[in-house]
Design a protein around this ligand. Structure first.
Ligand code: COA
Length: 445
């Protein structure tokens, strides 16, 4: 038996033994999304009767785990969430166990350590190689900092996780305990591209030069944008989230692969991200791929790092934009919908880069369910943000805004000009109303 196998065996415990290590007042942080430790989380609620004041920090949980879905957990296991998913939204409204953590993504790990130092980090990893190194695989958004800061590090070993290179690689000496949990890696369903996605994608693609470095955000529209970039040359990837669209760009020959074609990227020749979420095809692409580096989010998403790429383009989506350019991408009114994530990190970093651009894309309208069961069409470009809405991207940091009716640039423009430009890309049915409201609010003067 190799030294790595012996080391692995010596650290192996069951999920119940791992749960036995949770104590009152613990601060637990778990890995995000497809890297989450599902075995541990599925049974975490069982410790509730014997513990109090345990904080559990998550980001993008993929399932409705009882530790946050059950109201009886309050005061025993309190859930702090960096990014809401549908089950977290439901729990937030119904069980009251969840509280949102406002954070720019690149600060998430470091700010957590300063706020409540993690006593326990629980994540996932690949089996070790012959030297005893495992890969944290699908996320190092904040996980690497947690491995370094937590008193206890426990990882679920999943043989199906892709072995991804970069800051993901750690030695078993840095891990206290390992749990076996080989299971299917969670995937994201692919979203069909609608006509309005294609229009938005085409507007943005027109403004992306060959040799640009791309960041593409979470949501339906960004997938359409990558689909519209086929035909571009020598693109590079420096993004928060690695997506299926980036694999398609690589396979279509749009990503720079030779020393001759590499642009002026901070990590030359690598497709750089902090985490990956998508299909099995994406995970297979990432496995042992020397062209990919998942690097810690505090570095990848730091605007200063992003700014060092040339022609960095940031493409993100939003829920609501007001006529002065304030962008709300994380709440519908006061109802927390998702999270700040790296929207501001990437938008600001891209605009600091030489030749960089930042795009905020949205459909011009949304269908909103009414209490009587009907549906109402609203304009997502609004005179003012809905009361309670959280500003994700400050209006001074907004560059281009794009809908299916076109793209306008707000950077540098006074409010009166922003009003004109935003109304020109609003849905035609709402333009007259928006103008009346702008006049009433003295925004057009
Ligand atoms: N008022 C009311 N409801 C609205 C709305 C508005 N202004 N805008 C959208 N909605 C509704 C939609 O109708 C949809 O409802 P449904 O689920 O019943 O169909 C829902 O909200 C989601 O809207 P959609 O446009 O489909 O969202 P998405 O899945 O494309 O995600 C964001 C968009 C903005 C939520 C997502 O990109 C996000 O969380 N961004 C912030 C983080 C970020 O950008 N990080 C960047 C780096 S990864």
């Amino acid at each position: 038996m190799s030294a790595a196998s012996t080391l692995m065996r010596s650290k192996r415990i069951s999920v119940d033994e791992a749960l036995g290590k949770v104590q009152s007042n613990d601060s637990i942080v778990v890995a995000l999304a497809a890297a989450e430790p599902a075995g541990f989380l599925a049974r975490l609620h069982t410790v509730a009767p014997r513990v109090g004041n345990v904080a559990v920090a998550t980001c993008l949980p993929m399932q409705a785990y009882p530790f946050y879905a059950d109201p009886a957990m309050r005061g025993h296991l309190d859930h702090d969430a960096w990014f809401f998913t549908p089950p977290v939204r439901k729990a937030h409204e119904e069980s009251g166990t969840t509280s949102y953590v406002p954070n720019h993504l690149h600060r998430a790990g470091l700010d957590r350590i300063a706020y409540r130092k993690p006593t326990m980090f629980v994540g996932t990893c690949t089996p070790p190689d012959r030297f005893g190194f495992v890969s944290l695989s699908l996320s190092v958004t904040y996980e690497r900092e947690m491995v370094e800061a937590a008193d206890l590090v426990m990882l679920e070993v999943n043989e199906n996780l892709p072995r991804i290179y970069g800051d993901t690689i750690i030695h078993l000496d840095d891990v206290d305990f390992l749990m076996e949990n080989t299971r299917e890696v969670p995937t994201l369903p692919s979203t069909p591209i609608e006509q309005k996605d294609a229009l938005i994608g085409a507007s943005i693609a027109e403004m992306i030069a060959d040799g640009s470095t791309l960041q593409v955000g979470i949501g339906g529209i960004p997938n359409a944008v990558t689909a519209m970039l086929m035909g571009k040359r020598d693109l590079a990837i420096h993004t928060e989230m690695f997506t299926d669209g980036m694999v398609d760009l690589f396979e279509a020959g749009c990503i720079a692969k030779t020393a001759h074609s590499f642009g002026n990227q901070v990590l030359t020749g690598k497709m750089v991200a902090a985490f990956a979420l998508g299909s099995k095809k994406l995970y297979d692409f990432l496995h042992r791929n020397p062209a990919v580096a998942l690097m810690r989010g505090s570095w990848v998403n730091n605007p200063h790092t992003i700014a060092r790429n040339r022609k960095q383009v940031s493409i993100n989506t939003t829920l609501e934009v007001d006529l002065t350019g304030q962008v709300c991408s994380e709440s519908i009114g006061s109802r927390q919908f998702s999270g700040t994530g790296g929207q501001a990190d990437t938008a600001v970093g891209a605009q600091m880069s030489d030749g960089g651009k930042s795009f905020i894309a949205l459909y011009s309208t949304a269908q909103v369910k009414q209490p009587d069961g009907g549906c109402k069409t609203i304009s997502k470009i609004a005179p003012t943000l809905t009361p309670g809405a959280n500003v994700t991207l400050h209006r001074a940091d907004v560059d281009y805004v794009v809908t299916e009716y076109g793209a306008v640039r707000l950077k540098g423009a006074p409010v009166r000009e922003r009003v004109k430009r935003l109304i020109s890309i609003a849905h035609p049915d709402f333009r007259a109303w928006l103008q009346q409201e702008a006049d009433r609010l003295k925004l057009s003067a």
